[in-house]
Design a protein around this ligand. Structure first.
Ligand SMILES: Nc1ncnc2c1ncn2[C@@H]1O[C@H](COP(=O)(O)OP(=O)(O)OP(=O)(O)O)[C@@H](O)[C@H]1O
Length: 320
């Protein structure tokens, strides 16, 4: 069997604005999204993620490059993405005045679910995402997190072979976030749905993605499984220090770590070989700096470390 890619993107380039205010939001992006995988695009604010998915959904035309969806040219076939992919945008206000259950049922009908099956489909997804208690309330009267979850529910109905979700779990509590991850993985496992998910949350990327493209300033700077990306970091570990107050600058260990640290307020993050990290921590906790230390942790690398090592410039990826 020929393995047709869900999405194949080549040389995708898109500029916003003109003249000196022009922003190169996507810069010659190449991506292959395989059928039946949960593929993620991870990057900080402004990296170009939304620009990318809007082009994938045919909502924005590229300046250059090609996009195919299940082997068919997205730029030539108007309406193709809407027929094959369900899209969750960042702001989904179209159904805001409808009760949740009606919004879900209406979307299911529009996507071709037979009238006789709509009720069962609707109730199944509301149960899956824990939305039963708010099923009869209009989306506009829900909390931000509940509304986001309801919009995810509308994206899941209708059996589209491709789901494209722009930050589906932003604003969700941990229980709801896990319900979304399970719902996506269940569709991947049972019916081979392909999921393309945009995130700037490292935990989400590590928990749910089969492969991840790391985007920075409009360019793909890495693309692999989360495990392979982390394994590329040559065994370094991350030492996180939180200071109660300024540490003694004349302490030699503090001075050495200060020169290596990425500083974020009173939080320092330092990447070191495991033996050097253990040694530094031993000297810190046994010496005068200990009184200034509020908290510390030693961890294996995360995707955030991968991102920073690859030259990512921003630190606004979310960790929790
Ligand atoms: N309509 C627009 N006009 C001008 N510049 C834009 C426009 N839309 C996006 N940009 C710029 O293009 C770049 C990429 O924006 P985009 O929204 O694609 O990023 P993102 O990775 O989705 O960010 P976020 O995580 O904040 O949603 C940013 O510098 C942004 O300011």
């Amino acid at each position: 069997m020929v393995d047709v890619l869900s999405y194949a993107v080549r040389g995708l380039t898109r500029r916003h604005g003109t003249g000196e205010h022009a922003v190169l939001a996507n810069d010659r992006i190449d991506l292959d999204v395989r059928q039946g995988e949960v593929f993620g695009v991870l990057g900080p604010n402004g990296a170009g993620k939304t620009t990318l998915v809007r082009q994938l959904m045919g909502l924005l035309r590229p300046d250059a490059g090609t996009i195919t969806l299940f082997g068919r040219d997205v730029l030539a076939a108007r309406g193709l993405p809407a027929r094959l992919a369900a899209y969750l945008g960042q702001d989904d206000l179209a159904l805001a005045e409808l009760p949740v259950a009606t919004a879900v049922a209406t979307t299911a009908r529009m996507r071709g679910v037979p009238r006789s099956a709509v009720r069962a489909v609707r109730d199944a997804v509301l149960g899956e995402l824990g939305l039963e208690a708010v099923a009869h309330r209009p989306l506009s009267k829900l909390s931000g997190g509940q509304r986001r979850l309801a919009c995810v529910a509308t994206t899941l109905v209708g059996d589209r072979p491709m789901l494209v979700l722009d930050e589906p779990t932003t604003g969700l509590d941990p229980v709801a976030r896990r319900a979304v991850w399970s719902a996506l993985q269940r569709r991947r496992d049972t019916v081979g749905v392909t999921v393309l998910l945009i995130t700037h949350n490292v935990l989400e990327a590590e928990s749910v993605l089969d492969r991840v493209a790391v985007l920075d300033a409009g360019r793909v700077i890495a693309c692999d499984t989360p495990g392979q990306l982390k394994a590329s970091l040559s065994g370094d570990v991350r030492l996180d220090l939180a200071w109660r107050h300024d540490p003694p600058a004349d302490d030699p260990t503090v001075a050495t770590l200060a020169a290596l640290a990425v500083v974020n307020g009173r939080r320092w993050t330092i990447r070191l070989a495991p033996a050097a990290a253990r040694d530094a921590l031993g000297r810190l906790t046994a010496g005068p700096a200990f009184a200034a230390l509020d908290d510390f942790s030693l961890a294996t690398p995360s995707l955030e470390d991968v991102y920073l090592t690859l030259g990512g410039r921003s630190r606004d990826l979310e960790r929790a």
